[in-house]
Design a binder for this molecule. Structure first.
Ligand code: AMP
Length: 209
């Protein structure tokens, strides 16, 4: 089963992708997570991506394709894949179509998580990542920096700064939103209202799949 999670930054794609991945026992591939790991490890790929990621812009297609091609090839021996954060442009979607065709695979569903812009800004600016357990948490008070799960230190992603958030939402609207029509015309799109608690959204997604 090949499932793509689509939606603006802050819609909860990563959280929901993990749930689907556990439910169906298929790997979750997040291009954003891979890029952040590469940046942290200061690899060649990470150095190429750093500036764009931190400015809220898209990383060039060539860099993303190098990452994703490897993962798609591995999926030959798997029961499927959950793609989170890829594709993000029509060009990437067409490249993905080509890669899947070569492997005789096709996209089963594209889940589009819809959330209102005001809510997205609120979610992203209060989002924190635990340095130890990697859990994502929201804080209502800027001074709180202790993970409620494990007591580890909470950090803010560089691209969750308000200026960068606005850039990411603009990039989404211009470059990624056209994918909704692209997948609608392929009859694989499911729209899910993401303006609810995480378990409720999970339930909505699983029943739509
Ligand atoms: P995310 O964690 O999915 O919000 O991704 C964080 C950042 O990684 C994005 O703002 C982009 O800079 C970069 N990124 C992730 N996936 C892609 C992609 N498919 N194409 C281009 N850039 C990407």
């Amino acid at each position: 089963m090949i499932v793509i999670l689509l939606g603006p930054p802050g819609a909860g794609k990563g959280t929901q992708a993990k749930k689907i991945s556990e439910k169906f026992n298929i790997p979750h591939i997040s291009t954003g997570d891979i890029l952040r790991e590469e940046i942290k490890a200061e690899t060649r790929l990470g150095r190429k991506a750093k500036e764009n990621v931190e400015a809220g812009k898209l990383v060039p297609d060539k860099v993303i394709l190098d990452i994703i091609e490897k993962e798609i090839r591995k999926s030959k021996n798997r029961d499927g894949l959950i793609l989170d954060g890829f594709p993000r442009t029509i060009q990437q979607a067409k490249m993905l179509d080509g890669m899947l065709e070569d492997l005789d695979f096709s996209i089963d569903k594209v889940v589009n998580i819809e959330v209102d812009k005001k809510e997205l800004v609120k979610r992203l600016s209060s989002r924190r990542l635990c340095k130890s357990c990697k859990q994502i948490t929201r804080v209502d008070d800027e001074s709180k920096n202790i993970c409620p799960e494990c007591g580890g230190k909470l950090i803010k992603r560089k691209d969750d700064d308000i200026k960068v958030i606005k850039k990411r939402l603009e990039v989404y609207r211009k470059q990624t939103e056209p994918l909704i029509d692209y997948y609608q015309s392929k009859e694989v799109l499911i729209n899910v209202d993401g303006d609810a608690s995480e378990p409720v959204v999970t339930e909505r997604i699983l029943s739509a799949l």
